[in-house]
Design a protein. Structure first.
Length: 447
């Protein structure tokens, strides 16, 4: 590929900000809200027209568990978002804190309110396109692109919640992608079916898959009539009256840092979703005969891309030993959930790799040092791209823990912006933890 040199020109530069958060998914929303709540002048930049990422634009139909089977451990803003969403969904029992269904339209408004009511400003439909790093390993300026053209923004501190560690990577931070061969977990294009017969779905339920291999998904795959449906992955939840959300099927060789692969996957995912509707109408007609495909996600369901190399790399051994850390900013107990390779379709490995589960009441800590990329002074990373090994990323990538990481990063960013050195490693983690606890975080002193 040939190269092109951009002509030298001046563009507008907005220098008003203490904290700029890039990416408005769960981590970005809580990061922006927490930074603004702490008094920092905060801007949240989001590439789409919607906050919330995978729970809204991505149509993920349910929250991963918020409890350790004894109590809610993803507290603070995360718990507030969950319970506010539950309150607007009358069919959800008030104590269902694990695998709780999501109404994506409701959740959009919840995130809007969370961010703006805490005082942060939002800039939609704006893509971060480049970063300009200063000589002291700090990001000096970010360049954005939107309908106004190119613009520059400056802040004292940046929080990278892009999911792909774009800011950190473009500023020169080290990172790792995928497994030892660079292979990434498959993506999923979530969708919603409407006009489902709720009596048949709820009370005449037939298992999608079972141990005998005679479930609906097994029969659909054996038939061969619906070749775009690749495997038995078929999670589903009630989003509202007559509407079922699906996190179903897999798409391989999708790298969110390579837009051409995502573009192909989105088109393939839309066709796969229609085949799911048609297959369910044939094999479960009581519930789905009159259903129609009402929506596919405007975002692809990406499970992994870059993982930064931070001041600490959280490991599978840390997970297994349920380690605690003096600087931990949240607890986590979601299982290690690595989705299968394409070569494993039809094998006993197909499904989720669940090598390690936490027991009742068990969890591990996530240290602040996993949010601090080596070699950068004024950038924090929160969300699925924090510093972990690949196994642990299969656990820390999900929305509840991302909500908690974001809140911690936002508070730490505000603390850093208020300090003259603007160095993320100067944060008093004891004070950070105390502030998190004050706002409802679950951070037991003894782990």
């Amino acid at each position: 590929m040939s190269t092109y040199s951009l002509p030298r020109r001046e563009i507008a530069c907005d220098e008003r900000w203490d904290v700029i958060v890039a990416g408005g998914g769960p981590a970005g929303c809580t990061a922006a809200a927490a930074a603004a709540r702490a008094g920092a002048k905060t801007l949240l930049i989001e590439a789409t027209s919607i906050l919330g990422g995978m729970g809204t634009s991505g149509l993920v139909p349910a929250w991963c568990p918020f409890t350790d089977k004894e109590r809610i451990i993803y507290g603070g803003m995360g718990e507030k978002v969950l319970k506010t969403c539950m309150a607007g969904m009358p069919h959800v029992p008030p104590d269902r804190f694990d695998w709780t269904p999501i109404d994506p339209e409701l959740l959009k408004r919840i995130y809007d309110d969370l961010v703006t009511e805490n005082g942060a400003e939002v800039l939609f439909n704006t893509q971060v396109a480049a970063v300009d790093k200063a000589d002291d390993n700090a990001i000096k300026t970010i360049i954005t692109a939107n309908k106004s053209g190119l613009s520059a923004f400056r802040a004292k501190v940046y929080v990278d919640c892009t999911g792909d560690a774009d800011l950190a990577a473009w500023a020169g931070a080290e990172f790792i992608k995928g497994d030892e061969d660079g292979e990434l977990q498959p993506a999923t294009h979530c969708f919603m079916l409407a006009n489902v017969d709720m009596y048949a779905y709820t009370y005449g339920w037939r298992p999608f898959k079972n141990s005998s291999g005679t479930g609906i998904m097994d029969r659909i795959l054996a038939d061969g009539k619906y070749p775009l449906i690749p495997d038995r992955h078929s999670c589903n939840n009630i989003a509202g009256p007559g509407v079922i959300g699906f996190n179903a099927g897999h798409l391989w060789e999708v790298d969110n840092t390579k837009p051409e692969t995502v573009s192909k996957a989105l088109m393939a995912g839309r066709k796969m979703a229609q085949q799911f509707r048609d297959a369910l109408a044939e094999y479960w007609p009581e519930a789905f005969a009159n259903s129609f495909l009402v929506e596919t996600g405007s975002l692809m369901g990406i499970r992994e891309t870059r993982r930064i190399i931070g001041d600490y790399i959280l490991t599978e051994q840390d997970f297994a030993e349920k380690r605690s850390f003096e600087d931990e900013i949240c607890r986590n107990n979601y299982f290690i959930d690595i989705h299968h390779k394409k070569s494993e379709i039809g094998t006993v490995l197909e499904g989720h790799s669940t090598a390690l589960h936490m027991g009742k009441g068990e969890s591990h800590g996530v240290p602040y040092r996993c949010l601090t990329p080596k070699g950068l002074r004024n950038v924090l990373v929160a969300g699925r791209s924090i510093s972990t090994d690949r196994a642990v990323q299969g656990s820390t990538r999900v929305m509840p823990v991302c909500l908690c990481m974001g809140e911690a990063a936002g508070i730490a960013a505000a603390m850093t912006a208020a300090d003259d050195k603007h160095d993320i490693r100067g944060v008093d983690t004891a004070a950070l933890r105390a502030t998190l606890k004050q706002h409802g975080a679950y951070l037991p002193d003894d782990g």
